[in-house]
Design a protein around this ligand. Sequence first.
Ligand code: SF4
Length: 270
Amino acid sequence: MEGLRRAIPQPQTELRYDNPYQLLVAVILSAQCTDARVNQVTPALFEAFPDIDALAEATPEQVYPLIRSVSYPNNKARHLVGMARMVRDAFGGVIPPSPADLQKLPGVGRKTAQVVASVAFDRDALPVDTHVFRVANRIGLVRNADTPLKVERQLKRLLPKETWSEAHHLLILHGRYTCTARQPKCDRCPITEACLYYERLQKLPAPLDGLDPKQGTYYCKTCDHYVDQPASKVDRYGVQQIACPRCGSMNVFESKSGRSTKKVPDFRVH
Ligand code: SF4
């Protein structure tokens, strides 16, 4: 956390909003969509529907054209109007601050509720989105956590309560700009020393020179022979690896490139 704090001095949401209503709308829109895209549509949306009452009076058909460039605009238009009507009718027109009440609103799941409770109302919450999920697993902050809820529970046990909100933003921003899904930028990462993924990367063998692809697609360094039909094996991290059919070693190289076939865990979330 210290390393991330130094690299990201202002850990906060990149969604633009002025009040809890605007934040809730923006977070609903941001599901499966980038914050930058959401920030493009919200100014016109908030001008047309400046508060809960205005949105509650609208129909999804009126909202749709203003949000058509975000993902799933049909569903989100229905959710936004449904959310506004419920806030008006069940909560007196005021956005409820507790995650439990927020989660009763249409279009608001656990993550959205926690983001709004934490950012708008300063509640202790640690929302887990795709970046937090991936980064926490990759670094090794959590173990065998294959659902967002498991990640959330493990992180909450690990981190002091007063840092939950900050940790959420630090991990999101780190995941968005440095520890990206497909190609993490480990060469400019401030926390390589604390990262298990990086540690495993360092253990991968360097490419082997002088292999002859004509003798076979793969080369096993342990028993020194070429092979076209490799076996496969699951390593101690649960990753399926190519193995030598003769000796079972995973010290196998592609004979064309000389690169090791060893894979490190893939924490992408789709
Ligand atoms: S070292 Fe690489 S994998 Fe580890 S946190 Fe940094 S960017 Fe992510």
